[in-house]
Structures are given as structure tokens and as C-alpha cells.
Write a protein that binds this ligand. Structure first.
Ligand code: 5AD
Length: 433
């Protein structure tokens, strides 16, 4: 885990460097050839993203030093002090939590058992256990990626989605390469984002050469860790985008149930989606994946399978969000999932991957429930995304209606996020100047 603070290089290894953050050492992959011991760098997702001038680094570190340790204290206080052994009433639940605390792998049946719990005091224990494990393994680091929705053109007919080919009246946009680079530069230079997700519908009309150029230009002009999220780009497409400098792939498998998947996508098969995710991992992408929670016909067992599948796919980021019914689609009349069910999925994902997982509180969850971020972060989550799309395009990225923060400019979103993180004693890993 790396913070949005410069780290100092302690040692140059073969293709990596050892970086020090206030006494904590991290091994980070290095793709630059001009680094030396004593240099400062920003690192993200396990990669060095850029060198930082000594004076700049020392300024940032001086500003952070005290706050950094204060935040940790707050987090420790909020996440600890629970004697699970004494509090547990139910032996079956106790065994699962014990196993997680002992570092044993939590399997599908155990996840299912957690997801089935309804008793509020048991759920409270599950959420606190998830939060405890998050703190124990990953301390107070919280990912804050920026997401840039470059186009809402889409060739797919996903039944749940408001920008698929099905709903009528979607006003389509495609940002020009110059607009994309400009928005990315603003996010990185003006606002201090260190990781950006570029997202669009599938086949939005850019050539691979254009996309590759966009990625290269962003990395040159405004170095950041770049995730791509353009749906299924083909296995060769994954290679091309990686070669251009993308290092993360955000691609949900949406559901691990082949039957559910088939009912929601007339042109697609689950296997193709999984083939992309598996290939992406082989290529070296950081994987961000997950599913929709509360799909019509989805069972708790499906959800337990979803969590296990995300882990099997080597998710470094678990992205589970509620399905929100979209007017004008065939699923318009279905109910929304309960907040508590989303929190259960977040906590279960944390118990499934206590040591490494970045577990996201999605914007969809915030749209479902105003207090989602705080509750999610206290139930095992340690990741969020802020929208850095130019405001006038956002209203047309209608994957679901009334998206949270749709009208908030970037500065306001940052202010809100940082205030909450401070309150909870968390430090952003990838936001800050
Ligand atoms: N509700 C919530 N999330 C949705 N997505 C698409 N449609 C909806 C919806 N109605 C999600 C999908 C996709 C991501 C970009 O948006 O999971 O992967």
C-alpha cells in the first residue's frame, strides 16, 4: 500500500526499488532508468509513477508528518478495542471470524453464512471484524482514484444499463483526445490525483491507436497510474493498451452465474469476459473487478460465488455495487437492494481478502444510500472513486439515474472525501499535492 506522499528510495533492486514511508518500507516496481538511492518518488498500485524533486518532496512530507501519525491513532481507535471472542454469541459465526483473524482462507460456504445473517448485533460484529482486519493488514490507507468517463457510446445491450443500446433518448458524447488529455492533466496537476480510471461504453468509436496515444500522452504530461475500463477490448486490445502504459483494468464480470449472465446480455458470454480478466492478469494488469448486487433473480449463493470469483481472478480491487433499476429498461420495475445487503457484501469481500484487497465503496452505493461511504469504510472498505469527468458531460453518463456527486465539481468532491477520511482517521493513497 502506498500513500499519496513521496517515498524515499532506500535501495535499487533488479526491476524494483525499496521505498521508505515514515519508516515503513515497500517494494515497488520501477520502469524508470534514472532513479538513484535517496531520490523521492510517487508510487501507485505497486509502480513508481514519477520522480519528485527533493524540495517538493520534503515540503509535502513536512506537512504530512504529524497528521499522518494522528490519523493512524484515530483509525486505530475506531477499528480496534473489540473482543470478538467475548462478544460472539453464535458458534458458527464465531468460527468464521476466528478463522479470518487467524489468517485462514474464508471459503464460499463461510461467505454464504455471513451473507445470510440478519441479526443486527451479529451484523455489527461482522462489520467491525471486517474493519479490524482492514486496519490490521492495510492500516489507514484509502485509495481515491479519479474516474474520467470519456464516452457514453456503447455497442452492447446489457439489460440493466442505462447507456446500453436499449434505452431510448440517451444523448451520446465522445470526448476528443485533446479533451481527455486536458481533463486528465487537470485531475493530476490541479487536483493531485495519482491514479486515473478512463471509462467508456464498449466500442465507443476510438481506434486503438487513438487510445494508445491518449494513454501515452497522459503518462508523459501528467504521470499517473492508468486503469482502462472500456469493456471487452479483445485480448490483443489488452496487450496494446498495456504496451501504451495502462497498468490497471477495471472490468466487472457483473455476475458469476452463467445463467443470470446469459439472461442479461444477449450478445455476450460470461466466459469471454473471464478470458479478458485472466489474460489481463497474465499481461501484468492490476485487476479491478466484481459484480452487481441485487440483480433480479440473484441469490445469496450467487453473491458468495461472485466474491470467490473476484478473488480467483486476482482482484486487487473489489468493485461490488448495487444494481439500480433504470427507467425505460426491462428491469425498471425491480426493487433496489437494501443498504445492509451491500454492507454485507463489502464486509464479506474484506473477510475473503483481508491482507491485500482494495474494497471499493462505489458511487452506485452512494446513490442508493447517503451514508454509504462512511458505513462502507467502517465495514471493511478502503477505496473510493471521485468523478473527474467535465461536469457538462456527466449528466449523459446515465448508467443509472441520479448518480451521487453528478453535479459536484472536483474540488467539492475532494473536500467531502478528505473531510470524511480525516474524520475516520484514513489517509488517501493517491490524492494530494
Ligand atoms: N446500476 C448499477 N450499476 C450499473 N452498471 C451498469 N448499469 C448499472 C445499473 N443500472 C455498472 C456495471 C458496469 C459499470 C460500468 O456500471 O456493473 O460494469
Amino acid at each position: 500500500m502506498c500513500y499519496a506522499i513521496p517515498g524515499k528510495i532506500k535501495e535499487i533492486l533488479n526491476r524494483a526499488v525499496l521505498v521508505d514511508y515514515f519508516g515503513e518500507e515497500r517494494r515497488v516496481l520501477n520502469e524508470f532508468d534514472n532513479l538513484a538511492v535517496g531520490d523521492y518518488v510517487y508510487a501507485q498500485g505497486g509502480y513508481v509513477i514519477r520522480k519528485v524533486a527533493v524540495a517538493e518532496a520534503e515540503d509535502v512530507l513536512a506537512a504530512w508528518r504529524e497528521l499522518f501519525f494522528e490519523l493512524r491513532e484515530v483509525d486505530l481507535r475506531l477499528s480496534g478495542g473489540v473482543d470478538f471472542r467475548r462478544e460472539k454469541t453464535d458458534p458458527a459465526l464465531g468460527r468464521i471470524l476466528d478463522r479470518a483473524m487467524e489468517g485462514k482462507t474464508i471459503g464460499k460456504e463461510e461467505l454464504l453464512e455471513l451473507l445470510r445473517r440478519e441479526d443486527p448485533s451479529e451484523l455489527d460484529i461482522i462489520f467491525r471484524a471486517a474493519n479490524f482486519l482492514r486496519q490490521k493488514h492495510l492500516r489507514n490507507a484509502c485509495c481515491v482514484h479519479g474516474i474520467l468517463e470519456i464516452s457514453n457510446h456503447c455497442s452492447e445491450d446489457c439489460a440493466y444499463c442505462g447507456i446500453s443500446t436499449r434505452p431510448r433518448g440517451v444523448s451520446r458524447y465522445r470526448m476528443t483526445p485533446e479533451e481527455i488529455v486536458q481533463a486528465a492533466m487537470e485531475a493530476v496537476e490541479t487536483y493531485g490525483f495519482k491514479a486515473l480510471v478512463l471509462q467508456s461504453g464498449e466500442n465507443p468509436g476510438y481506434s486503438f491507436r487513438e487510445l494508445a496515444n491518449i494513454i501515452r500522452t497522459i503518462k508523459e504530461k501528467a504521470p499517473a497510474l492508468i486503469f482502462v475500463s472500456f469493456g471487452e477490448v479483445g485480448l490483443d486490445g489488452l496487450e496494446e493498451l498495456f504496451a501504451a502504459g495502462a497498468r490497471g483494468l477495471l472490468l466487472r464480470f457483473e455476475t458469476s452465474s452463467p445463467e443470470l449472465y446469459a439472461g442479461l446480455h444477449s450478445k455476450k458470454e460470461l466466459e469471454t469476459r473471464l478470458a479478458h480478466l485472466r489474460r489481463a492478469y497474465e499481461i501484468g494488469y492490476l485487476i479491478a473487478t466484481g459484480s452487481l448486487v441485487g440483480l433480479p433473480g440473484q441469490t445469496k449463493e450467487d453473491l458468495a460465488n461472485d466474491i470467490v470469483l473476484a478473488r480467483e481472478l486476482h482482484a486487487e480491487m473489489f468493485s461490488f455495487g448495487p444494481f439500480l433499476p433504470v427507467p425505460g429498461t426491462s428491469l425498471a420495475g425491480y426493487p433496489r437492494v437494501r443498504e445492509i445487503d451491500m454492507l454485507k457484501v463489502i464486509a464479506a469481500a474484506r473477510l475473503a481478502d483481508p491482507e491485500n484487497g482494495k474494497i471499493l465503496v462505489t458511487t452506485a452505493f452512494e446513490t442508493l444510500s447517503p451514508d454509504a461511504r462512511r458505513k462502507g469504510l467502517l465495514a471493511g472498505a478502503n477505496s473510493m472513486m471521485l468523478n473527474v469527468t467535465p461536469v457538462h458531460y456527466r449528466k449523459d453518463y446515465t448508467i443509472y439515474p441520479n448518480r451521487a456527486h453528478e453535479k459536484d465539481d472536483i474540488a467539492d468532491q475532494i473536500e467531502g472525501a478528505i473531510a470524511l477520511l480525516k474524520d475516520l482517521g484514513r489517509a488517501p493513497t493517491d490524492l494530494g499535492i
